[in-house]
Structures are given as C-alpha cells and as structure tokens.
Design a protein around this ligand. Structure first.
Ligand code: ZN
Length: 171
C-alpha cells in the first residue's frame, strides 16, 4: 500500500481508460464516420450479458469493443502495478475471462465480435471493422438475390445508401 503513490501514474491511466468515450474510441468512431459508416455507440446488445459494445452495427450484427491496454491486460503494455500485484493479477485475469464469456454469449446470438486494442493503429482497426461489414453485405446480397430474385435490387438500394455503402475505391 505504501507504494500506492508511486503508482499514481498508473491510477491516472486506469481512470482514463476505465470510462467510455476514450480517445481511441473517439478516433475509431471518427475514422469510420469519415468512411461513411453509421453505427450506434455504447450499447448493451444482449439480455444474456451486461457487455456494452463501444460501436454497434445492428443490421450486420457487428459489435466492436475498443479495449484499454490496462483493464483488458494487453500483453504489450499492461504492467501490473507493483502494489498489490497479486490482487491486480487476479482482477485483470477476471476481466479477460469476462471478456471471453461476453464474446461467447454474443457469438452464440449471431453477433460478429471485433475487439481492437487502444494501441492499434486507427486505420487498421477501421479496416478490420469494414471487412466484417463488407463480408456481411456480400452474404446479405446473395441471400436477398436467392429469396427475392426480382426485388433484390429494389430492396437493397435504400439499405445501401443508409449504410453509406461506398465501395473501398479510395483505399
Ligand atoms: Zn497495448
């Protein structure tokens, strides 16, 4: 406990990343928004878990979590505080297990779960999210053509414009 003050830096870090609307979250939201993607923010999406996804794409059922390096125990950056190291280890391990059980519950309900680290390059993270959305678009359009061969284009058009379905020609 006497080392607690030496960990003041760490405490600030924890406070900063323990809340919503962190800088990395905002950066990813801005990047995807700039690419024409629309999404919900900070939503609980399942009655089976209390997990709140940072970004939610309801139609594609894609849930994105931006994980803080400390709380989610990134192996590159999360060093256990010196004081109470064992307690922190147990706490952070429990966090990781909770993340895994949230993911399993969401996947069992058909969600695509994407976790990116706060340290990830924002464009790489945005690419990852868009790849999942594009995959869903392809599956949805195939399904739509199969079930409604003549109405396929008519029914897809509004959906695509609301999703800002711009092809990735710019990149
Ligand atoms: Zn990290």
């Amino acid at each position: 406990m006497q080392h607690w003050e030496a960990d003041e830096e760490r405490s600030r870090h924890m406070v900063r990343f323990g809340r919503r609307d962190t800088a990395p979250e905002l950066a990813l939201r801005r990047a995807l928004h700039a690419r024409g993607r629309r999404f919900l923010v900070d939503r609980r999406i399942s009655s089976r878990t209390r997990a709140r996804a940072d970004l939610v794409f309801p139609r594609a059922r894609v849930a994105v979590f931006v994980d803080g390096c400390f709380w989610h125990w990134c192996e590159e950056h999360a060093h256990l505080p010196k004081a109470n190291a064992e307690l922190w280890r147990a706490k952070l391990l429990a966090n990781r297990q909770r993340d895994a059980s949230h993911d399993a519950a969401l996947r069992s309900e058909g969600w695509v779960v994407i976790r990116v680290w706060e340290h990830d390059d924002v464009d790489v993270a945005a690419d990852l999210v868009e790849a999942a959305l594009d995959r869903w678009d392809r599956i949805a359009s195939r399904r739509s053509e199969r079930t409604h061969p003549t109405a396929a284009n008519a029914s897809r058009a509004p959906a695509e414009s609301s999703a800002g379905g711009r092809p990735d020609a710019s990149r």
